[in-house]
Design a protein around this ligand. Structure first.
Ligand SMILES: NC(=O)C1=CN([C@@H]2O[C@H](COP(=O)(O)OP(=O)(O)OC[C@H]3O[C@@H](n4cnc5c(N)ncnc54)[C@H](OP(=O)(O)O)[C@@H]3O)[C@@H](O)[C@H]2O)[C@H](O)CC1
Ligand SMILES: [K+]
Length: 507
């Protein structure tokens, strides 16, 4: 499922009308009808419905919805929130059809009248503004949006909650708070941003007839269940442990032996053939007792942390993960610097590994083998020199800039984790829940990433599948045996098996 910006959506619209030759009116009719069908399956036929219609094509969709539901016997009226001369083009055409079918319209921006109407309404259809919104809401629309939000009525938004920007980057906005949004064609970027996603309520998309050829330039998408299943490699009956990768995980310190334990256990559960844990001698007994299937590599230590002054036989491994529980001691830094220089297979940097590399990012440019960074927004802010708020406001843009500049894969963690490839392609993960917002979750993800990296031919697929499994494990656990409160990172490790079993049982 592709994710679009407003500009990309207008491009698809233009292509469909100009190149394919489909009439714009037909797209609007298709949109309004498809939305009406979804509305019908979500309401009672006795519900009183009010459509709020604005001046643009979103308002035009609103008039198609109003006519469709009126003709199907619903009690429905339209409140047009802009003066009549603002309704032009296709929207005007559909407004006239609604009137010709006996529909009733009141034209008002008066909050008292609107409040009275809301008191007699069960369902609001929000068709005030679509992806054409620009800047802060003007009056009377701003007050109307506030009035709708203050009312207990159920709100269904057409395409996008009115006022909400389609794209990332907006700092302040006013928006309708929808209970449910029926999105035309493709989800917009703001469906997947931490600060804008909640305005959509539940959402789904409707197909209005855009041709497949309109999608060819799109490079951003949601990773789906079906894609996960298709891209999970089969295991041959005669395979052996060496076929599933030899991974090295370096991390841990005297004071932090736990995080590498979770990474190692997750890598093993996720299917890595052989896993070696490289750590200081003080941490090895903990790792060895918790991960008896792993082997250990005792590294030189300095004051309880891994010393940077040593060489590591990276060539013996298919992929390396580095950073969990490493600590931020200066003497450890050269381990990370040297790994970026020397590891000639996939290198995954997480946690303190990211801390140590922050001033030497240029080293990524000299690598011939892929590098993967797995920052949370705070770590991404550290790496890019901007605030966490800026990262959260524009996670797609910051990820792409980093991935292109340093030719690295970026896994920007969050409620919608974004995986970005060096060529700028981006994929959003939608599995997972609040239960993952806990210490250790990131360590588990890194272990799964390591295992997937060694089992997939394509690294982008590996990263997408890793994020999918991590979130899905949490989802299955929360829907069966756990809650978002008690879920722990170690539970997620055990949940990996549930994901594999669920998907291998499906035909
Ligand atoms: N393929 C498609 O994309 C299809 C989309 N459909 C629907 O159309 C909308 C997009 O329609 P568009 O007309 O481009 O934009 P809007 O409906 O969002 O409205 C733009 C008008 O809104 C006014 N506006 C803009 N910003 C503000 C603001 N901050 N405050 C108040 N009013 C604002 C502006 O009016 P002016 O007074 O400035 O003229 C614009 O005119 C899309 O979302 C879909 O719902 C089609 O139906 C099917 C194909
Ligand atoms: K809307």
């Amino acid at each position: 499922m592709y994710i679009v910006t407003a500009n990309e959506m207008y491009g698809i619209d233009r292509y469909t009308t100009e190149e394919i030759g489909m009439d714009g009116k037909m797209l609007m009719e298709n949109a309004g009808r498809a939305i009406s069908e979804r509305i019908e399956s979500n309401i009672k036929n006795t519900d009183v419905i009010t459509v709020f219609a604005g001046s643009g094509n979103n308002g035009g969709d609103g008039y198609v919805i109003a006519r469709t539901l009126l003709n199907r016997g619903y009690q429905i009226t339209v409140i047009q929130v802009v003066p009549d001369e603002k309704i032009t083009g296709d929207a005007r055409y559909y407004k006239n059809l609604f009137i010709n079918c006996g529909g009733s319209i009141s034209i008002t921006g008066d909050p008292v009248e609107i409040d009275e109407a809301l008191n007699q309404t069960d369902i609001v259809i929000d068709a005030i503004l679509g992806i054409g919104v620009k800047g802060e809401l003007r009056e009377p629309i701003k007050t109307i949006v506030d009035t709708i939000n203050d009312s207990p009525v159920r709100v269904i938004s057409a395409d996008i909650p009115s006022g909400l920007p389609a794209d990332e980057g907006a700092a302040a906005f006013d928006s309708v708070q929808a209970d449910y949004t029926i999105i035309v064609g493709y989800p917009k970027m703001s469906t997947f941003l931490q600060h804008t996603a909640p305005f959509y309520g539940e959402w789904e998309t409707v197909d209005i007839g855009f041709p497949e050829s309109a999608q060819t330039s799109l490079t951003r998408s949601v990773w789906t269940d079906r894609q996960f299943k298709n891209k999970m490699p089969d295991r041959k009956k005669d395979s052996h442990k060496g076929d599933h990768g030899r991974g090295l995980i370096i991390g841990g310190s005297e004071e932090m032996p736990g995080s590498i334990v979770m990474t190692v256990r997750a890598a093993l559960r996720a299917g890595a053939g052989l896993v070696t844990a490289g750590s200081v001698k003080q941490a090895i007994p903990v790792i060895a007792s918790q991960c008896i299937e792993a082997t250990n590599l005792k590294l030189k230590e300095f004051d309880g942390v891994i010393s940077g002054d040593q060489s590591i036989p990276y060539q013996n491994y298919d992929a390396i993960a580095l950073g969990m529980g490493l600590g931020r001691h200066e003497s450890t830094r050269s381990i990370v610097i040297n790994a970026v220089r020397q590891v000639d297979g996939p290198l995954i940097l997480d946690a303190d590994g990211l801390y140590h590399i922050q001033h030497d990012l240029e080293l990524f440019k000299g690598r011939t083998a892929p590098a993967v960074i797995t920052p949370h927004p705070g770590e991404m802010a550290m790496l890019t020199g901007v605030s966490v708020q800026e990262i959260l406001r524009e996670p797609f843009a910051y990820s792409i800039e980093f991935a292109r500049m340093y030719q690295a894969f970026v896994v920007l963690k969050g409620s919608f984790t974004i995986v970005t490839a060096p060529n700028g392609h981006q994929s959003v993960n939608t599995t997972g829940n609040q239960g993952l917002a806990k210490g250790g979750s990131g360590d588990v993800l890194t272990g799964i990433i390591l295992a997937m990296t060694m089992q997939h031919e394509d690294l982008f697929d590996a990263l997408r599948n890793a994020c999918f499994v991590h979130g899905k494990a949490a989802d299955l656990l929360v829907s069966n045996s756990h809650s978002v409160y008690d879920l722990m990172a170690t539970d997620v490790v055990e949940g990996i098996g549930k994901v594999y079993r669920t998907f291998s049982a499906e035909t």
